[in-house]
Design a protein around this ligand. Structure first.
Ligand code: UDP
Length: 451
């Protein structure tokens, strides 16, 4: 029979690396299943996507620029969270929200069959609704996090059967008090939830059942939507960096001998944390690659950001990389035997995909919960902080040694390798099973009028 014409999907990720990557990977998967995808983002983010799309993929994945107003507070054209000083995040969010009118025009012009949007722009499905286009929310976080927030917002009286989530939720609320009080303070989250209830029929989550099955199973208690685990959607490795200085350095190291140390695209350590970490790495005796970064235009020189003579003492055992490293390539390298990570969800999935056990050092947002998930499935060990939230160098060194080398870490290392195999075996299975439903959604078009 004749193949039907491709369905047109318009995607709108939030302006962060950790959101753009899973959206792009989802686009790539859909592009092989008779979907034509337009990804809408700011020019700086599209540029970073451009070179991650092959020529073949570019036939069915189009990049559509969204222009934000130039604001004096924001670095010119730097409309991305990558490297943005944290205090400017709300400004970027406001600028993004004000681009909703332009997004509306794009929707009108492209007339897609489906809009796939991110949780940070609740206005996107509202616009889709105006044009009678079905919308699907794609949650780029883990299911444990989604469950925590939905339980908090939708049914705060129902106790979650997972002590690890209760605990983390409490500390999250302490750190983000604005979300803690009912009625007024939760405004932003409530509007996200309300819009989800109204205008979206299916939720895609970047996770998989072997990792978060028990949380996924629990989600229907809190949200009556079709939940589809489409993960792990992890960035592909290109050969571009194969001969870089970092890779050559890694080539000289023994198998599984080295830790990769990185805290994502928009998180920065305090001076004190950096200092403890430097000493911890030194004390551990393990090789390391450490990505040291600062908000755009704010950092000291790298040599000045680590303890005096640290670099001399470390010598060939450590490599400090300024600002950005090809993380997936490094995790995939056979010399890498551990990942000191903030447990951003993409970093977590990348580590599992490449079978690298995690030394968890969460900083904020969903990271503490992700850290608990990682520990609960046995692929990571947490670097505990003291009652004042301080890191301790001996402790850091001890956890690194355990995870990478010591006898006491055998199980963690084995478990991480098991996950690599699970992910390898699963391949495309998870998303394939749901393509038909997505096509149906595209065809339905008007179902939401009754919601
Ligand atoms: N990343 C990278 N090099 C770096 C830092 C980050 O390639 O030096 C990538 C990393 O591989 C991941 C993403 O940026 O895909 C960060 O996403 P994650 O969810 O882990 O953390 P976030 O930046 O959102 O806190």
């Amino acid at each position: 029979s004749k193949q039907s014409s491709p369905k047109k999907v318009l995607m709108l990720p939030w302006l962060a690396q950790g959101h753009i990557t899973p959206f792009l990977e989802l686009a790539k998967k859909l592009s092989t299943k008779n979907f034509h995808i337009s990804i809408c983002s700011t020019p700086i983010n599209l540029t970073s996507m451009q070179h991650r799309i092959t020529e073949t993929q570019s036939l069915s994945i189009k990049l559509v620029p969204l222009h934000l107003p130039q604001l004096p507070e924001l670095p010119p054209h730097h409309h991305t969270t990558n490297g943005l000083p944290p205090h400017l995040l709300p400004t970027l969010k406001d600028a993004f929200d004000s681009a909703s009118a332009e997004f509306s025009k794009i929707v009108q012009t492209l007339s897609p069959d489906l809009v796939i949007y991110d949780f940070l722009q609740p206005w996107a499905p509202t616009i889709a609704l105006e044009y009678k286009i079905p919308a699907v929310e794609f949650l780029i976080t883990g299911a444990a996090v989604v469950l925590s927030f939905f339980s908090l917002l939708a049914k705060p009286d129902v106790e979650l059967p997972f002590p690890e989530l209760q605990l983390m939720l409490q500390s999250f609320l302490k750190a983000h008090p604005k979300m803690a009080t009912a009625e007024d303070g939760r405004g932003d989250m409530i509007s996200i939830l309300e819009c989800l209830k109204k205008s979206c029929k299916m939720i895609l989550v970047n996770t998989f059942k072997e990792l978060e099955g028990k949380y996924l199973d629990c989600l229907p208690i809190f949200i009556e939507k079709k939940i589809v685990p489409v993960g792990p959607l992890v960035q592909e490795i290109d050969d571009e960096n194969k001969d870089s200085e970092i890779m050559q350095w890694l080539n000289t190291k023994d198998e599984l001998s080295t830790v990769f140390v990185s805290f994502g695209s928009e998180n920065f350590l305090s001076k004190e944390e950096r200092e403890e970490l430097a000493h911890g790495l030194e004390l551990s005796g393990i090789n390391f690659i450490w990505v040291v970064r600062f908000p755009m235009g704010e950092g000291p020189k790298v040599e000045e950001s680590v303890p005096v003579e640290f670099l001399d003492r470390i010598g060939e055992r450590g490599l400090i990389v300024e600002d950005w490293a090809p993380q997936a390539q490094i995790l995939a390298h056979s010399s890498t035997g551990g990942f000191v990570s903030h447990c951003g969800w993409n970093s977590t999935l990348e580590s599992l995909k490449f079978g690298v056990p995690i030394i968890t050092m969460p900083l904020k947002y969903d990271q503490p919960i992700n850290g608990k998930v990682v520990e609960a499935v046995g692929v990571g060990v947490e670097v505990k902080r003291d009652v004042n939230g301080r890191l301790n160098r001996e402790n850091i060194a001890q956890v690194i040694r355990k995870v990478v080398k010591d006898e006491s870490g055998v199980e963690v290392r084995t478990k991480a390798r098991e996950f690599r195999e699970i992910i390898r075996m699963n391949g495309e299975k998870d998303i394939d099973g749901h393509i038909e439903e997505l096509v149906q959604l595209c065809n339905e078009g008007k179902w939401f009028e009754n919601c």
